[in-house]
Design a protein around this ligand. Structure first.
Ligand code: GLC
Length: 446
């Protein structure tokens, strides 16, 4: 099957409206608590890593609580690691014994997650690692990342990579068949020659699309610097959205013809994806709210990560951040859902970089949903606040988004000389009504 642009446009719609999701990295690595890469970075052998398998017993696992936290914070979808690079499966795969049901956890953790998140009305996504540091037929010695990459014992070892591919395709089939309607499949990741057809990606994606016709697929079956979604002729396995990691693209993302490409920045709250007990470098909630707005103002989504601990708890700092997001979103989510850049390249609008429209103001950012333009004021101005890029005759009304109160346009000796600009009186108080981001809602005339 080739890449079908029309079908892509249809299935991506909900995603571009949703704008905010929860990433969940959880697995055996929550016990050593040094992040999900610890097996590789510390070169831990299977034998040493086995203790975590025997011990894994997240008695406090309550996916309904996670789902409520996500929902209240304004998230519209979630993505859980069904299998990460260490090869451990949170789901009850028939193709391996290396799974949660065989640990003291004793249950299919993916099923419980999918049921809970669906129950509160969130879309359900699964992350699946293409890489596998447990499977005997995944390259060990000489691989760039494998925990045994330097272990001479594996030097002459004969792999049958096809056996791994059979396993990997088989597990993806299980995920597609056994867990109801999936909204996202998030494959991770390609590197060196481990990419595209090495994964038998065309066949894999054909299978996925035949079993889950509406599912969105990320773009990591290809390496990020070879992403064919950014070209005019994407591969069938190019995926549906680009997924930059730990970075927000400076100007949004466009293909070589200048059309906006759907994207989702995945970002950690602290410095790790998987639970890391010593990592207290949490971003302040205010920063996370502003980064969400930044993503939307550039036409993208934010996939914000939590790394539950070995008992199944969300870290307390993450809960606090989610709560702060909740308060802000409760008042201001209209400036997020269904919104895109101020330039008017909202979901699917099709305008390139440099399109005319509303530029980013000095004091913050702009998001837009059709006739509604949202000025995000993150730093107060001295005196009247300019509504950059708008003409007075275009404006129907201006309101404070949080409470619907009327805001008046200022026309006096201070603004007189700026004939082409529109100014607003926000408040006499130098402190903004919402110190993080006060949102001004401008309705344009129809
Ligand atoms: C990476 C990492 C991984 C993490 C992911 C999230 O590629 O390997 O640990 O799951 O990206 O984007």
């Amino acid at each position: 099957m080739s890449f079908d642009r029309q079908a892509h446009k249809e299935r991506i719609k909900w995603f571009e409206e949703a704008r905010l999701g929860m990433f969940i990295h959880w697995g055996l690595y929550s016990i050593p608590a040094k992040g999900e890469w610890c097996k590789s970075t510390l070169k831990i052998s299977d034998a040493q890593y086995q203790q975590y398998f025997e011990e894994f017993n997240p008695a406090n696992y309550n996916p309904l609580f996670w789902a409520h936290m996500a929902k209240e914070a304004g998230m519209r979808y979630a993505v859980l690691t069904a299998k990460h690079h260490d090869g451990f499966c949170l789901f009850d795969s028939e193709l391996t014994d290396y799974k949660a049901t065989n640990t003291p956890a004793g249950q299919d953790l993916v099923r419980a997650y999918a049921d809970a998140f669906r129950r509160v009305g969130l879309k359900v996504g699964l992350y699946y690692s293409l890489i596998d540091w447990h499977h005997p037929h995944f390259p060990h010695y000489g691989d760039r990342h494998h925990p045994c990459r330097d272990n001479e014992d594996y030097k002459g070892y004969k792999y049958d990579f096809d056996k791994y591919l059979e396993y990997m395709h088989g597990q993806v089939r299980e995920l597609c068949i056994n867990y109801g309607k999936l909204d996202i499949l998030w494959f991770d990741f390609s590197y060196d020659d481990m990419k595209g057809e090495k994964w038998r990606a065309a066949e894999l994606v054909d299978m996925v699309r035949s079993l889950q016709p509406d599912v969105l697929i990320d773009s990591r079956l290809e390496p990020s610097d070879e992403n064919s979604l950014l070209t005019e002729t994407p591969n069938s396995y190019a995926g549906d959205f680009v997924n930059p990691e730990q970075l927000i693209p400076p100007n949004g993302i466009f293909d070589s013809a200048g059309n906006p490409v759907p994207w989702e920045a995945c970002i950690t709250m602290n410095e790790h994806w998987g639970y890391c007990a010593n990592d207290q470098f949490y971003k302040p909630s205010s920063m996370i709210i502003k980064k969400l707005v930044e993503c939307v103002s550039k036409g993208g989504n934010l996939l914000l990560n939590v790394g539950p601990d070995a008992r199944g708890n969300l870290p307390m700092q993450s809960v606090r951040i989610l709560k702060d997001l909740e308060y802000w979103m409760k008042a201001n989510s209209a400036s997020i859902y269904g919104c895109g850049p101020g330039a008017g390249c909202g979901p699917g609008a099709g305008c390139g970089p440099g399109a005319s429209g509303i530029e980013k103001p000095d004091y913050g950012r702009v998001t837009r949903n059709g006739r509604k333009v949202y000025f995000h004021v993150m730093e107060n101005t001295v005196g009247p606040l300019p509504l950059t890029g708008l003409k007075r005759e275009e404006i129907e009304k201006v309101r404070l988004l949080a409470d619907g109160s009327e805001l008046t346009i200022v026309d006096d000796w201070r603004t007189d000389i700026y004939k082409d600009a529109v100014f607003l009186h926000l408040s006499d108080n130098p402190d903004l009504p919402d110190k993080v981001d006060t949102v001004v809602e401008v309705t344009l005339k129809g």
